[in-house]
Design a binder for this molecule. Sequence first.
Ligand SMILES: NC(=O)N[C@@H](O)C(=O)O
Ligand code: NI
Length: 163
Amino acid sequence: MLELNAEPLTAEAFAPFGDVIDARTSDSFPINSGRTQRHHDLAKVDTLGENAHTLVSIFVSQPITTPLELTFLERHPQGSQAFMPLHEERFIVVVAPAGETIDSGDVRAFVTDGRQGVNYGAGVWHAIQSVLEREGEFLVVDRGGDGNNCDEHPLDLRITLKD
Ligand SMILES: NC(=O)N[C@@H](O)C(=O)O
Ligand code: NI
């Protein structure tokens, strides 16, 4: 069993795995006669393979408790996957670099602060949606199309949250 303590999510620490989506730290410019700030192009959306297209969905997730015990990580080889909380929900993020196998020394665990979303790069191993404290609603942008887009890799993990 691999035990990890979830660390606060930062764009720098998450960079090898994808993008952190956060209006507080992103560049923006005024539009709509200055009434709106556009926080522009915050995540790299990839949709690969036959008949690939972008899906916009809403996930309503039941909360998990910590320590969070996992038995696998998953990946989407044909596309990225972004999760943005709609009501400042905090969630646990567990990732490992893209590749055919997972080296347990490369696994990282993070906790978001409610204002952050994540975009997993295509092929990046990650835990399934794991919202904390209450039922969560997330806008999800990922890939639709032909062929398999979800692989699982067995891995026994225990994720703790030291506040
Ligand atoms: N299966 C699905 O759509 N969701 C997972 O990919 C996940 O990362 O939660
Ligand atoms: Ni996923």
